[in-house]
Structure formats: C-alpha cells, structure tokens
Design a protein around this ligand. Sequence first.
Ligand code: HAM
Length: 419
Amino acid sequence: MKFRSIKGSRDILPEESHRWHAAEEAVRAVMQRFNYREIRTPVFEETALFARSIGEFTDIVGKEMYTFLDRSGTSLTLRPEMTASVIRSYIQNNLGEREPLVKVFYVGPMFRQERPQAGRLRQFHQFGAEAIGGAAPEVDAEVIALSAEVYRSLGVKNYSVKINSVGCPNCRPAYKSTLQAFLKGALADLSEESRRRFEQNPLRILDSKDENDRRLTAEAPLMKDHLCGECADHFSALGRLLGRLAVPFEIDGRIVRGLDYYTKTAYEITSGDLGSQDALVGGGRYDLLVSELGGKETPSVGFAAGMERLMMALERHLAADDGPSPTVFLASADERGRAWALEEAMGLRRKGIASESDLLGRSLKAQMREADRQRARFVVIVGEKELALEEAVLKDMRSGEERAVRLDSLAEVLRDSLR
Ligand code: HAM
C-alpha cells in the first residue's frame, strides 16, 4: 500500500525547515517590537464558533470547513482562521480584565477545503495579530503598519497596502440597498456566483474575479463614498496616520473581504510577484464580534497573513541559505576511532558544539565526502595512532588549513576557532 499526503497539504522537508524558522523568527521579532505577545489556541473548536463569527453565508463556512462529529456527537471544526478562536479565548479567560488593550499574535496551521493551486493549500499556515479593546484609528494604523513591517524588514519589495472601509450597521444597510438597486438591471448577466450573492452579500460581488462581472460593476457605487460621519472620520484619520507612520498605501474601494465580521477598516496587502493568489495579508476592524460571541462590546482590529505566501515572496528576494550544519565531523580511521568519535561527539554536544560522527561504518574516504556534503566546518580524523598519541589533525574545511590538536582540548580549540 502506498500512502500520500492529503491533497492540498504538504510536508515541510528538512532541507527547507530552516527557512521557515528564519521567517517565523523574523515575524516574532517584529511582533515583539510592536509589543504583541503570542497566544496559542487549540486547532479545533466547536463548529458554531466559526459559523457565528465568519458568517453562515461565507464561502469558508458554506463549503470550506473541515467539520466532523467526534465520538460523543459534538460537531467540531478544524480552525479555518484564528480570529474566532482568539476572541473565544479572550472572553473565556477574561483577558480584557487584565489590560485595557490586549495585543496578541499567533503563528500556526489553518484548514480550508479550497481548490488547491499555487499559493493555496488546504492546510496552510498563518501568522497574524489581534488588538482587542481599542476603537481609535491609531489601533488600525498600528496593526496595518505592523503587518507591512514584516515584509519590509525581510526585504520584500513588490507589495501594496490597500485600504477600504466597509462601514458599520448605521451606514451599510442603506448602501447595500443602493448597490442592489444599481446591480438589479445587470443581474441576469452577472456570473452565477455573483447572482447567488445578490441577496445576502452583494458587497462581495465587487471583488468577483469574473471579467464580465468586473465590467458590469465598473461604475458601481462604493461603500467608501456612502459612509456615515463616524466611519468617514475614522477612515480619513487612518489615511493620515498611515502617512505619518510612513506606510505607503492606496485606497481601494473594492476590498470587501470574505469574512462577515468586519466593520469600518478592511485592508489587504497584495504582492506583484505571486500570480492569482496575490493576497499576502488580509485584515480589518471587527467592532461587533466580541459582543456577538457573548462578551462585552469590545472594538478590535487585526490581520492574518499566509506563511506559504510569505515564503514565496521571500524566494524572490533572499539568496538561498543552506541551513544549519555541524561544526565538526569526527571521522574515524578504524574501529577504535569510531567508538571514540561516538563518545567524543556526545561530549562536544554537551558543551554546545554541533558534532557528527560516522554511524554507518563507512570508509574514511566516504566519511570525508559526507563531511563535505554536510558542510561541516572542521574535520578531525582519529584512529588507533591518534588515540595512542592523544593528538590528531584538525582540518578547517573552509581554508583547507590543517593543524595538530590535543584530543583533550578539542572543545576549547573548536570554540576558539569559531570566535
Ligand atoms: P483571510 O483573508 O481569510 O483572513 O486570510 C488571511 C491570509 O491567509 C490571506 O491573505 C492569505 O495570505 C492566507 N490564506 C488564506 N487562505 C489560504 C489558503 N487556502 N492557502 C494559503 N494561504 C491562505 C483571515 O483569516 C482573517 N482571520 C484575518 C483577520 C485577523 N482579520 C482580523 N483579524
């Protein structure tokens, strides 16, 4: 029998995991500089949590969730995103009682049964942040700046920050009717998907990828031009603040997002290098979600970003790095040397020096080839003769330089040479 990974899921192999570590470390470093602390929640939750938060009529809840009954008959879902889980945890653990503005970040796997393609997986990874408890546009500005900073600090250049406002319950219903009135005449010509969205979620028609839909909606009224006073003030303040923070952005009135919880700010960061799945980041404000899930009214804003897409964007900007390698390869010339090497490698490791010895009984020539393949910085060859003399030759694989070292001072010599 042959097993393969599930369609849309993939292995992160040993030769690439160090690049993931480096990217995750860069993300954590930026999060720390912005004073966000990590939160980890379970990968599954009650199905109703996501249905309630993301919205019954969204693609995610309607057709993409991995939902199953556990053995006790409870409907569980593998998290398709983190905002719902974070807010569930915020309410459950009374995080708001400890500090007025809770700033958290996360990195981890998410699950959506989408059609896999380049940059779109069924198990993918997100990093993201949520600032829970702040209504002012300063919070939106900081969150957007934080997300852009991750790409800037990693040297990704070809990206754009696009912001919009999707209004609030005061202004959105009237706009929705205005938009529906505009679309009504063209309804029969819209794509099937857009026709389906007409009643429940006509705003989503504006970000349809269908060419004909785009043509028919080119002149459609946009939410940003129909905001109530409060939403309009918030949106213009956000623009000013981003300017002060030196975060280049554009206003894109067609950004509507595929999750229902947004109010006021909605934004995306897209990359010019990624083809059709070009969204690096999606986020925005969600002032009503905490109260909808049973907490106090708590205005909040956040974002999430695809790790795989960050890695794809980085591929074009970072030179390939080979990853970690052993400091020393202890090659053995004979049986006694082999036993010594196994024990010495252990001693060196306990002193913090990455070491490798031959575990496969290979010839000396094969061991030297192996040390080279592993990019070991130094090689020591030890056999009966060296053990008798308590001295061996240490070869610097970078410079080719060779010198005699006493075996009992190997750790010190290696440490000194690395300084
Ligand atoms: P989202 O737009 O659904 O928002 O996802 C955010 C990002 O996750 C996308 O821009 C993309 O980079 C990545 N992503 C989404 N689906 C996939 C997939 N199937 N394969 C690979 N990458 C993917 C959210 O998830 C919201 N929770 C964001 C948020 C946080 N809003 C407020 N706080």
